[in-house]
Structures are given as structure tokens and as C-alpha cells.
Design a protein around this ligand. Structure first.
Ligand SMILES: Cc1cc2nc3c(=O)[nH]c(=O)nc-3n(C[C@H](O)[C@H](O)[C@H](O)COP(=O)(O)OP(=O)(O)OC[C@H]3O[C@@H](n4cnc5c(N)ncnc54)[C@H](O)[C@@H]3O)c2cc1C
Length: 463
């Protein structure tokens, strides 16, 4: 029913009869997918006066995991005139993130506003169905053409000065659509990366996420009530994200092999409920809340494409790659890479060339910016990292540099970069000659133990 209504909505918006003329024009830019990356790119391009078409296979609003945004997202919202709309929509403000080890014995709070090198003090926690829809409508209002119910199937043989893709519409008919440039923003569907055989799974981050929603007024008082809470257990970690006044997204990330080892007990609803109940901290925080809605799992989310560009093509957001959700960077990275790709193509269109040099630059710039962030994510699963990360010392402003990176300042100036280098050096040292206290904590649940964990273990090196 919802799909029918949405479809009717999509068709009623087709005031210019675009759908019947889809293949008869050469668009400046075709965007595959209208999630946050695709919608941001569409808005930048439309505002630059380009003829931009985004094709989205779903009808919005649609569910999507990934509700916690980073402060540097606000920089992009400001540029796109979205901040006021997000404020008006009443999304929860996020001023920080809290990290706990099992049972909350060791904890660490990052307040973005207190970070000396962090220029944006807060962000939002969002219900993605509403947020993604708002971004899509904003792109439409900015002049982009966005059609829902259209699936881009593959990139076809191309002419010299434009590309063609096969598109299946709501009527199941396939047609060709042509554009001078393509942005692949298809998320983990990874349309062009898969077609070109570029996808590389992360060899050590073979995880699964199990998640659901709870309802209840269980937020901390004051600003901290909007914080993301991350709880690191021995062999898995949990997120609590307040996505409304009384709604919390609750999820768990663990090794795929540990999930498989549960055999017939590997049921999302059963496991999540039990794990929350078993952990003292989670039970304390969520004990008064009730589970609502469905339980889901998703897997294989850590990968990258070997190349983020091709002939007249850029891959952005999850269609470029994605590495573990622990630091909540996915939406920010999708919008930021969307902006860079849009700028690269705007320049090429203005100068009437194929943008090859600019697209290669885009690839290198994104890879360079991601180095520290990827290191941070990979190390999160190691003991020495947790020992340094959870017991920071106010020395040389190292915590401020980590704060800035966690806020999304990934293209950091030198005074942050050298501090991050030192931070990672300390992590390496900690592995050989411990400088900080070792952290030990017990495996809490029978399941955690039966899934292969020892009874008492250091913070698990699951990578
Ligand atoms: C368990 C988990 C938790 C996460 N938590 C967070 C978090 O807290 N914070 C955060 O920032 N990120 C989080 N993420 C990551 C975040 O969800 C993504 O990084 C983000 O959604 C990427 O945006 P995108 O626009 O690249 O892709 P998407 O948001 O996935 O959008 C892609 C769109 O393309 C459409 N599409 C796909 N294929 C086609 C096609 N062939 N033709 C037309 N349309 C197509 C899809 O329908 C979709 O709407 C999490 C991810 C996981 C797996």
C-alpha cells in the first residue's frame, strides 16, 4: 500500500513528462541512488546549474540503518541550506559519544564542543527514513530531477563523450539513459564496482550487525541524552542511538563466525533481547524501554572498491567503500564524497572535457583523507588501542586530535596529523611495552563464551 502511494506520488511529480522522455536527452550527470550521498551530489550539481537526474530504485520514505551523524556533517548541511530544515524536523541533537567497556566499569565521553581542534560542536541523530526523504526533497527543490522506482541495471558500451546505462522502470520496461557523467551512489549495492569487479572485502572485518528499535524515555538528562553510546564487550560491541524523544536504535556488531557458531540459536530478536538483558550496563540503560518493530541483520559491510573513478564516472559513499560503523562516519563520508564528485564534474562540464584528471584527483584525495580514519576503525578491535583510547592523558593535546577525527575532520591540517601519528605510535608501543594499565574484563554471557570466547580475556583482538 505504502509503495503504491509513494509510486502515485512519484508519478504525480512528473509534471514535465520526464519519465516518457528519459532516454531522449543527454543528461549532464546521472546519479545512481538517492540516499544521502546521491541527494547531496544532486543538490550541489543542480545548484551549479547542471541538468542532473537521480534514479532511485526504492520509494521514499524507506528504512535504512545508520542513524548517528558526525559534527562535520553540519558543515555540509550549512552549505546546502539544510541545517534549518533539520532543526525544524526536530531531530535529536548529538553533542558527544560515550564509550564503555563491559558493564561500564571503564568509560570515556567525547564532547565535540570541548575538542580544541573540533570546529563543529554537535550533529544530529536521525531516523533515516525521514532524514533521507528530507534530503531527497531538498535536492528536488534545488532543481534536480529524481525518479523513484527506477533501477539502474548496468553501464553499457559508451560513446566518447557520454555514457549509457540500462534502466528498469516501475513498469518493468528497460530503457537506455545517457549522461555525460555518472555518479554511482548506489550504496552497498555497489552497482558499477561489482560490474567492474573492483570490490575487495576487508579480510579481517568480517562482521555481522544485529539491530532493532526500543521505545521508552531512557535518555540521560541534559545534552548527554543525545549522545551515541558504544559498549565494547569482549567479542562484540553495541550501539545505542537515541533517534527520537523516546526511541532508541539498538544494535550489536560481532564476528560472522561467532554468529554462525550459534547455529539454530542465531535469531536476531532472541539474541538481541537476551544480550541486552545480560549486560549490566545495557540492562540499566534500557531496562525501562520496550522493543518495538522488526529485528534485522546485515553483513559484509566492510569493503572498498579498488578504484573510486572510471571513464566519466565517480563512486561515492558506500559505493566507494565502507569500513565498519563503529565511529558513525558513513553518512558524512557519503555526503562529502558526493560534494567532491559534484565539484569535479561541474568543472569538467564547464570546461567541456572528460574530467579524467579531476576524477583521478578525486580518487587520491579520498584515499589520502581516509588513512587515519581507517586506522582508527581497524584498531578499535585491538587491545592496545582500547587501552590508550579509553584511558586518555591530556598530553600534547592528543585527545583533542582524536576528538576532531571522531567528529569527522578527516582532511586534517598538519597540527592534527602529527598528533594522530603520535597517537598511533603510542598504540603500537602499548602492544610491546605497555605504558597504560592493561584492561581485562570477563566475557559476560553464556552465548559469548559458547561462541568461542574465553571466560576472562583482555579486550578482544578479534581482528
Ligand atoms: C550496521 C550499520 C550501522 C551503521 N551506522 C551508521 C551510523 O550510525 N552513522 C552513519 O553515518 N553511518 C552508519 N552506517 C553507514 C551508513 O548507513 C551508510 O554509510 C550510508 O547510508 C551511505 O550513504 P549512501 O548514500 O552512500 O548509500 P545509501 O544510503 O545506502 O543509499 C543508496 C541508495 O541507492 C539505491 N540504489 C541501490 N542500487 C540502486 C540501483 N541499481 N539503481 C537505483 N538505485 C539504487 C538504494 O535504494 C539506496 O536508497 C551504518 C552501516 C551499517 C551497515
Amino acid at each position: 500500500m505504502q509503495a503504491e502511494l509513494n509510486q502515485a506520488g512519484a508519478q504525480s511529480r512528473d509534471v514535465d513528462g520526464i519519465e516518457s522522455r528519459l532516454g531522449q536527452t543527454i543528461w549532464d550527470v546521472l546519479i545512481i541512488g538517492a540516499g544521502p550521498g546521491g541527494s547531496a551530489a544532486a543538490t550541489y550539481l543542480a545548484r551549479a546549474g547542471k541538468k542532473v537526474l537521480a534514479l532511485e530504485k526504492e520509494y521514499f520514505p524507506r528504512f535504512h540503518v545508520g542513524e548517528s551523524l558526525l559534527p562535520y556533517n553540519v558543515q555540509l548541511f550549512d552549505e546546502l541550506d539544510l541545517t534549518d530544515k533539520l532543526e525544524a524536523a526536530g531531530f535529536v541533537k548529538k553533542y558527544g559519544a560515550q564509550f564503555f567497556l563491559t558493564d561500564g566499569v571503564v568509560s570515556q565521553q567525547f564532547e565535540f564542543g570541548k575538542g580544541r581542534f573540533t570546529e563543529y560542536p554537535y550533529s544530529f541523530q536521525v531516523d533515516r527514513a525521514r532524514f533521507d526523504h528530507l534530503l531527497m526533497e531538498h535536492a528536488r527543490e534545488s532543481g534536480a530531477t529524481i525518479l523513484e522506482g527506477y533501477t539502474v541495471q548496468k553501464r553499457d558500451e559508451t560513446a566518447d563523450d557520454y555514457l549509457s546505462v540500462s534502466v528498469k522502470g516501475p513498469d518493468n520496461q528497460t530503457q537506455q539513459v545517457n549522461a555525460r557523467f555518472i555518479i554511482d551512489a548506489s550504496g552497498r549495492a555497489n552497482t558499477t564496482g561489482n560490474q567492474d569487479g573492483l570490490k575487495r572485502m576487508h579480510p579481517r572485518l568480517r562482521k555481522i550487525a544485529v539491530f532493532g528499535r526500543m521505545r521508552g524515555d531512557v535518555r540521560d538528562d541534559g545534552q548527554a541524552g543525545g549522545d551515541t553510546v558504544i559498549l565494547r564487550q569482549n567479542k562484540r560491541w553495541f550501539w545505542l542511538i537515541p533517534v527520537g524523544q523516546d526511541e532508541i536504535s539498538v544494535g550489536c556488531v560481532m564476528e560472522q563466525k561467532d554468529w554462525k557458531a550459534l547455529g539454530k540459536d542465531a535469531d536476531a530478536e532472541h539474541c538481541l533481547k537476551q544480550w541486552v538483558q545480560e549486560d549490566e550496563l545495557l540492562d540499566k540503560k534500557l531496562g525501562q524501554a520496550e522493543w518495538v518493530g522488526s529485528f534485522r541483520t546485515t553483513t559484509d559491510f566492510s569493503y572498498h572498491n579498488e578504484s573510486l573513478c572510471g571513464k566519466r564516472l565517480a563512486r561515492i559513499g558506500d559505493a566507494a567503500g565502507f569500513l565498519d560503523p563503529v565511529f558513525s562516519a558513513g553518512v558524512y563520508l557519503a555526503m562529502w564524497t558526493g560534494k567532491l564528485a559534484a565539484e569535479t564534474m561541474t568543472q569538467a562540464l564547464d570546461q567541456n572535457h572528460d574530467g579524467a584528471a579531476g576524477l583521478r584527483k578525486y580518487h587520491h584525495r579520498v584515499y589520502r583523507a581516509m588513512v587515519n580514519y581507517w586506522a582508527m576503525v581497524e584498531q578499535f578491535y585491538t587491545t592496545p588501542f582500547m587501552e590508550i583510547f579509553m584511558q586518555p592523558r591530556e598530553k600534547w593535546d592528543l585527545p583533542a586530535a582524536v576528538n576532531a577525527l571522531l567528529a569527522g575532520r578527516i582532511e586534517a591540517p598538519w597540527y592534527i596529523r602529527w598528533r594522530l601519528k603520535l597517537f598511533f605510535l603510542l598504540v603500537r608501543l602499548q602492544g610491546r611495552y605497555p605504558i597504560m594499565q592493561s584492561l581485562n574484563f570477563p566475557a559476560r554471557s553464556k552465548r559469548e563464551v559458547s561462541a568461542g570466547g574465553p571466560k576472562a580475556a583482555p579486550v578482544g583482538d578479534s581482528v
